[in-house]
Design a protein around this ligand. Structure first.
Ligand code: NOJ
Length: 562
């Protein structure tokens, strides 16, 4: 029966980047009432959980990932009343809501940091990580305390002339890291977590969780030959991130945090960590018995080619590393990475296939807004006009590094994947009725938008909706174990697996090629076959051809009504 696994293992998650989703008050910036206006659409689409990127008070230097008050809402997004209404409206539709928690750092404008930097004796001094420079400090502060590099490649130490010491920031200089070795900090941030769970958040997404603890020795990081980090290896910029990322104390903290989340039981809540490292290391955040973070993002999928052998390897790796009670995740885009369509050559047939893969495989699927209509990466946004603080930073990087950064999926200007959601053909694609949206809409929006695809059964949107609903109503797809099948047809072109549940087995065949391929169902017929390309179920016996980029799911029973 559905319900054996906790809801968060069976759910599908849709990421909303609030600034770009829907503008209700014509100021060019998406907002919380705008999200509320679109909940009926999300419900119609069939997503079960929405995750919102941060909307708390913030100077918006990193568009909300720099929080200045964890308990309030940035005015451009609305107010606390809007937030409560959003949570209620989500729940009223039987959906769940995940909020973003930026535990690692605050904005430089947070009152804690303002106090902390004011004097060496301030009560909040130890809320952040302050050190003396390496040489006798002159007016420039001497040299940084050690060789540690931020996640972006520069020294993560920043000299503050007021007290002639350096503070540490894992990301951008205006995002100082909190000092979790101070019990008062840990307590204060766990209180933030409790606050939002009390407000009704069903889950929390943890921003750069793997940076939380830095080594107390402050010893230099060792040298590495790697010029650039990647999703599964945070070493880069010629050093190992030994003392700055994936510290054993961070992995231990995952369990402490989980215990706090588990204080909330009705309904159970979950946390998903943004962490970078090898798949086996990422598993440690969840703990062998699943007593750590409920889920971690497995970003390897972001760069896996859409081919049968590559996806088979990916599934094999995730299945090996995340057996029950652990559970993998599948992600093909987010607000930091090139849009998935970029890798698919902007081919809608491949987008429909990606939907089929992501929504039939075992693991929580995280969809990024716009993916469901095949929204493309917005190339050609002028770099000089970029709003993303990373773009400004990379202006100073040696040019020779840029192409290989792009190849590794490191975005030089993240605005390109944050263009406003195209809802229709009106001005600004229906995103805003104001003068100028905060980012330009994608030039393909007159063709690629929700209204244009809604009634078309062959559209990317219809495929996503079909597969989301298929998964939702199938015990096998939402809650079954997975076994890879060696397809009779060409294994280089076809990926096949079975999803098994006490009440249903589903066999999935994905034709990842431009050719028609035969599918012989005589040995293992089912009661029903569903294609990702059209709505009507078919009889599942005999022989059939798989169309190019077609996926089919064959059910042996009709399952159990949810
Ligand atoms: C990761 C977030 O996804 C990104 O958007 C943000 O800029 C950094 N963490 C810093 O919070």
């Amino acid at each position: 029966m559905i319900g054996e696994s906790p809801w968060w293992k069976r759910t599908t998650v849709y990421q909303v980047y609030p600034r770009s989703f829907s503008d209700s008050n014509a100021d060019g910036i998406g907002d919380l009432p705008g999200v509320i206006d679109r909940l009926d659409y999300l419900h119609w689409l069939g997503v079960e959980t929405i995750w919102l990127s941060p909307f708390y008070s913030s100077p918006q230097t990193d568009f909300g990932y720099d929080i200045s008050d964890h308990f309030n809402i940035a005015p451009e997004y609305g107010d606390l009343e809007d937030c409560r209404r959003l949570i209620d409206e989500v729940h009223a539709r039987g959906m769940k809501i995940v909020l973003d928690m930026v535990l690692n750092h605050t904005s430089i404008e947070h009152p804690w940091f303002q106090e902390s930097r004011s004097s060496r004796n301030n009560d909040r001094r130890d809320f952040y990580i302050w050190r003396d420079g390496r040489r006798a400090a002159g007016s420039s502060g001497g040299a940084p305390p050690n060789n540690w590099r931020s996640m972006l490649g520069n020294s993560g130490w920043h000299h503050d002339p007021t007290t002639d010491q350096w503070y540490w920031a894992s990301f951008l200089p205006f995002q100082p890291d909190l000092n979790y070795r101070n019990p008062a900090v840990k307590q204060a941030m766990l209180d933030v977590v409790r606050h939002w769970l009390r407000e009704g958040a069903d889950g929390l997404r943890l921003d750069i969780f793997n940076a939380i603890f830095k080594d107390a020795s402050f010893a230099d990081n060792p040298f590495s030959l790697r010029p650039l980090p990647s999703e599964h290896n945070p070493d880069g910029f010629f050093q190992r991130a030994l003392h700055t990322q994936n510290h054993p104390d961070t992995i231990a903290f995952a369990r402490e945090l989980r215990a706090v989340v588990d204080e909330f039981r009705d309904p159970p809540r979950f946390v998903v960590g943004e962490v970078f490292g090898h798949t086996d290391l990422l598993r440690e955040y969840c703990g062998a018995e699943g007593q750590g973070l409920n889920l971690v993002f497995l970003f390897k999928s972001l760069r896996t080619p859409l081919t049968a052998p590559a996806l088979r390897e990916l599934v094999r790796e995730f299945e090996l590393a995340f057996p029950e009670p652990l559970f993998p995740t599948y992600v093909f885009g987010n607000h930091d990475r090139p849009r998935g369509m970029e890798r698919l050559g902007n081919d809608p047939a491949k987008a429909r296939m990606l939907a089929a893969f992501q929504l039939t495989v075992r693991g929580v699927p995280f969809l990024y807004y716009g993916e469901e209509i095949g929204l493309g990466h917005h190339h050609g946004m002028p770099h000089e006009l970029a709003r993303d603080p990373i773009a400004a930073r990379y202006r100073f990087l040696p040019r020779w590094l840029l192409p290989s950064m792009r190849r590794r999926g490191i975005l030089i200007n993240r605005d390109e994947c944050r263009s406003p959601m195209p809802w229709g053909v009106g001005p600004h694609a229906g995103f805003s009725s104001g003068e100028t949206p905060w980012l330009p809409v994608h030039p393909d929006s007159p063709l690629i938008n929700v209204d244009a695809q809604r009634g078309d059964p062959g559209s990317v949107l219809s495929s996503y909706r079909r597969m989301l609903n298929l998964r939702r109503h199938s015990p096998a797809l939402s809650d079954g174990t997975l076994a890879l099948i060696e397809p009779r047809a060409d294994a280089r072109r076809v990926l096949a697996f079975a999803r098994m549940h006490a009440h249903q087995t589903a066999r999935v065949y994905l034709n990842l090629s431009d050719r028609e391929l035969p599918l012989d169902l005589r040995d293992a017929p089912g009661v029903r076959l569903q294609s990702n390309l059209h709505d009507t179920p078919e009889a599942a016996s005999g022989r059939r051809l798989l169309a190019p980029w077609e996926a089919v799911v064959i059910f042996d029973t009709d399952g159990v009504a949810t």
